[in-house]
Design a protein around this ligand. Structure first.
Ligand code: BDR
Ligand code: CA
Length: 310
C-alpha cells in the first residue's frame, strides 16, 4: 500500500476524507497530524480521534501540531463547521490518546526513516505543520513522494475572501513555503471541489449504508452542506477534502494541468490568493498539477463503496 500522512483540521469534510483513507486497503495511514484551522487545535486533534474511533481504528496515530499560523492570527470557520468543528452527529468523546510528541517531529522523523520517495503528504487544512517541518529539516523535501493538497482556487477564486480559499488564506506564508519547496504537488482547488456536490441523492446513498459510519457521515454532510447550499443555491455543498484521498485511489477521476502556482502574501486585499499560471504566460517553474475537473458521480460511487467497508 501507499504510505500517507494526513495533515488535517477536522472539519466535517476532513472527517469524511479520513474515513475514506482508513477504509481503503491501498493506503497505509502512517499518522494523522492535527493543525489549527476550521476550529482551534484542541478541537481538531480531538475530532481526528473521534473519527478514528468511528472508523473502528483506535490504533491509528493522531499527533497534535501547530496551534497557530506562522505569522498571522488564526482565522477559524465555525460558521461553516459549527462550534465543535464536527457538528451534526452525536459522537462520543474519544477514549484513544494522542501520540506523544509534536506532529512536526513526527513528519520529519517519518520522512527521514522511511525509504525516500515512498511517503505522500495529504494536506486537508492550513499548511502550517508542513512548512514548519520543511523549515526545520529541509532534507525532507526531496524525500517526500508528493503532496496532495486541498487548497486554492483560480477560476473559482475564493470562498473566505473574494480571492482566497480558506486553507491558503489561514496560513499564506506556510503555503508559500510549500509551493516554493520543489516538492511535487497535486492541488485540488475550489474549481474541482465545487463540482463535488453532496446532492440529496448522494447523501441518501451514504445514509442507506445503514451502519454507524454511514449514518454519521450522512449527518456530517447534512450539517456541512447547509452553509454552502444557502450561499451558492446548489443542491448540496462542496465535499472538498475527500477529493485528495480519491485522487490517490483513482486519479483518473480528475483532470488538470501542470503549471506554476504562486501565493500572494503581501496584499491585504488578495492575501492568500493562489496565482495559477494556467495559460503559461510566465516562465515561472511548473510546481503543481492543478486539477480542474472531476467525475463527480465516479467520486461519490467510490466514497460510498468505501464507507460501506467500515
Ligand atoms: C477547505 O476549508 C475548510 O473549511 C474545509 O475543511 C476545506 O479543507 C475548503 O476551503
Ligand atoms: Ca479541511
Amino acid at each position: 500500500p501507499q504510505k500517507i500522512i494526513i495533515d488535517t483540521d477536522p472539519g466535517q469534510d476532513d472527517a469524511v476524507a479520513i474515513l475514506l483513507a482508513l477504509a481503503s486497503p491501498e493506503l497505509d495511514v502512517l499518522g494523522i497530524c492535527a493543525v489549527a484551522g476550521n476550529v482551534p487545535l484542541h478541537l481538531t486533534e480531538k475530532n481526528a480521534r473521534k473519527i478514528c474511533e468511528l472508523a473502528g481504528k483506535p490504533e491509528a496515530r493522531v499527533y497534535r501540531g501547530a496551534v497557530r499560523p506562522l505569522l498571522r492570527t488564526l482565522v477559524t470557520a465555525e460558521e461553516v463547521h459549527g462550534k465543535t468543528g464536527l457538528d451534526g452527529p452525536e459522537l462520543p468523546e474519544p477514549a484513544m490518546a494522542l501520540q506523544p510528541g509534536h506532529a512536526v517531529d513526527f513528519i520529519i522523523d517519518t520522512l527521514m526513516h522511511e525509504e525516500p520517495d515512498t511517503v505522500t503528504l495529504c494536506t486537508l487544512g492550513p499548511l502550517t505543520n508542513v512548512a514548519l517541518a520543511l523549515n526545520r529539516e529541509p532534507r525532507i523535501a526531496p524525500r517526500i513522494r508528493r503532496i496532495v493538497m486541498m487548497g486554492g482556487g483560480y477560476f473559482e477564486q475564493g470562498n473566505v475572501t473574494p480571492s482566497a480559499e480558506f486553507n491558503i488564506y489561514v496560513d499564506p506564508h506556510a503555503a508559500d513555503v510549500v509551493f516554493r519547496s520543489g516538492i511535487d504537488i497535486v492541488m485540488m482547488p475550489l474549481d474541482v471541489t465545487h463540482k463535488a456536490l453532496t446532492t440529496r441523492a448522494r447523501v441518501d446513498a451514504i445514509r442507506a449504508i445503514a451502519t454507524p459510519v454511514g449514518k454519521a457521515t450522512a449527518e456530517l454532510l447534512d450539517f456541512f452542506e447547509r452553509y454552502d447550499e444557502s450561499k451558492y443555491g446548489t443542491d448540496g455543498g462542496p465535499l472538498h477534502d475527500p477529493c485528495v484521498i480519491a485522487w490517490l485511489l483513482q486519479p483518473e477521476l480528475f483532470s488538470g494541468r501542470h503549471c506554476n502556482v504562486t501565493v500572494e502574501t503581501m496584499s491585504e486585499l488578495t492575501m492568500g490568493s493562489t496565482v495559477v499560471d494556467w495559460w503559461g504566460v510566465t516562465d515561472r517553474p511548473k510546481n503543481a498539477h492543478v486539477m480542474r475537473d472531476i467525475d463527480a458521480d465516479g467520486f461519490f460511487a467510490l466514497l460510498t463503496e468505501r464507507l460501506a467497508r467500515l
